[in-house]
Design a binder for this molecule. Structure first.
Ligand code: GRA
Length: 383
């Protein structure tokens, strides 16, 4: 596979890097400390077309593709990982509607998400259904020609700020995963309540609970057919997992850059600490983890851009990238010592943010399960 960036992709990388360094990095520490949702950055990224890469032009997109989206996600996460989450909150629902919606649904709902005019989210996870998506309890019962939604979603990014999103629910629980469906929902409707949740990192990306108490949804908000929700969910996660993996590469890179810079500056025992082999061991491992993860992300993205099955490659990429981010952030803290532990330097934030990648969008254990079951011949990942 040829990983030389085309001129177009190199320009995308330049644009995203410049934007991230000028408009995200300077306030990253404060945004994290103040738990600040940067709606203005959603607007800016929408204007720059960052949410439109996986969308065709008639849906308000630019069709640059998944590799472009991965490149943008890495650059944004390198500056501030929490802001990278905004990409998935806009593109996740937009892509799913573009992939599975009717012409009418695409026309109404995709462009406002892609342009960052409406704040998006997607609601899958529940208190008793995290990795086990099929165990969800939220129901959408048919009523008066539409649906009535009841249930609670938790750990939903943007829950407290989203205007709209896609919500997964059972239309027929007796059919197990074949009875799940997905709906587009305006979240400012009667019966929707929101509660903020606090967490270790990614503070500039709000997370919360959404409770639906007899929320009425029009029939025309059903995306795809009744019963297609689980498959749509898996396809959706496959896309968002890739961007998430690219974000983890950004954190791995930021940590490696901070460690290298400190090694070349700090002196102990009469020499720069980069001269010590124990630090060189860490630096070498950080470089390898970061580069391996990036190549795997590019491979999965190239397959997605060619419309080829990539569930396995995306799982491999996300697993590797999440572990790379966690390893590199931990190593950077070790190398910077007290400065790594200090809240005055970004490295402790990298460590807090890196941990999220081992949990979200398919935990490292779920990804290993997908990879191992494929290798053992129990269940093909690319079906
Ligand atoms: O054969 P069939 O017709 O019965 O269909 C099965 C299968 O073929 C059925 O679903 C189909 N299917 C798929 N179809 C298309 C399965 N995978 C795919 C696919 N990739 N594409 C049932 O399949 P199954 O394998 O028997 O299902 P399962 O064992 O119940 O679950 C599988 C699995 C564990 C992989 C799944 O539940 C899963 O992916 N869990 C992880 C959930 C997850 O990733 N949650 C993330 C929440 S969102 C989030 O974290 C936001 C973070 C924000 C950010 O930072 O970006």
């Amino acid at each position: 596979m040829d990983f030389d960036l085309t001129e177009e992709l190199a320009a995308v990388r330049e644009l995203a890097r410049e934007f991230a360094e000028k408009e995200i990095a300077p306030s990253a520490a404060e945004d994290d400390r103040e738990h600040r949702f940067r709606k203005d950055l959603v607007t800016r990224m929408g204007e720059l077309g960052f949410f439109g890469c996986a969308l065709p032009e008639d849906c308000g997109g630019n069709n640059l593709g998944y590799q472009a989206m991965a490149i943008i996600s890495e650059e944004i996460a390198r500056a501030h990982s929490a802001i990278r989450v905004y990409i998935n909150m806009q593109t996740g629902p937009a892509t799913t509607i573009a992939d599975f919606g009717t012409a009418e649904q695409k026309k109404k709902w995709v462009a406002p998400l892609a342009r960052g005019e409406k704040i998006g989210c997607f609601a899958i996870t529940e208190p008793d259904a995290g990795s086990d998506v099929a165990a969800m309890r939220t129901t959408a019962a048919r009523k008066n020609g539409g649906y009535v939604l009841n249930g609670t979603k938790t750990w939903i990014s943007n829950a407290t700020v989203a205007d709209a999103g896609i919500v997964f629910a059972y239309t027929d629980r007796s059919l197990k995963h074949k009875g799940m469906s997905v709906f587009y929902m305006d979240l400012n409707r009667p019966g929707v309540s929101r509660r903020a949740l606090d967490k270790m990192g990614a503070h500039a990306s709000p997370t919360g609970e959404l409770t639906f108490d007899n929320v009425e949804i029009p029939a025309e908000n059903l995306i795809g057919k009744e019963g297609e929700g689980f498959k749509i969910c898996m396809t959706h996660l496959n896309h968002t997992r890739l961007t998430c993996a690219a974000g983890a590469v950004g954190v791995a890179r930021a940590a490696r850059e901070a460690a290298v810079s400190y090694c070349n500056q700090r002196e102990q025992f009469g020499q720069k600490i980069g001269r010590f082999q124990m630090n060189q061991d860490l630096i070498a491992q950080m470089v390898v983890h970061e580069e391996a993860a990036r190549q795997l992300v590019y491979r999965a993205a190239c397959l997605a851009d060619r419309n080829r099955a990539n569930t396995l490659e995306t799982a491999v990429a996300k697993y590797t990238a999440a572990e790379a981010a966690a390893f590199n952030a931990d190593a950077a803290v070790r190398i910077l010592g007290a400065y790594g532990y200090s809240t005055e330097f970004p490295v402790e934030r990298y460590l807090r943010d890196a941990k999220s990648y081992q949990i979200v969008e398919g935990s490292s254990n779920i990804l290993k399960l997908i990879i191992a079951q494929d290798a053992l011949g129990y269940r093909k990942a690319n079906r």
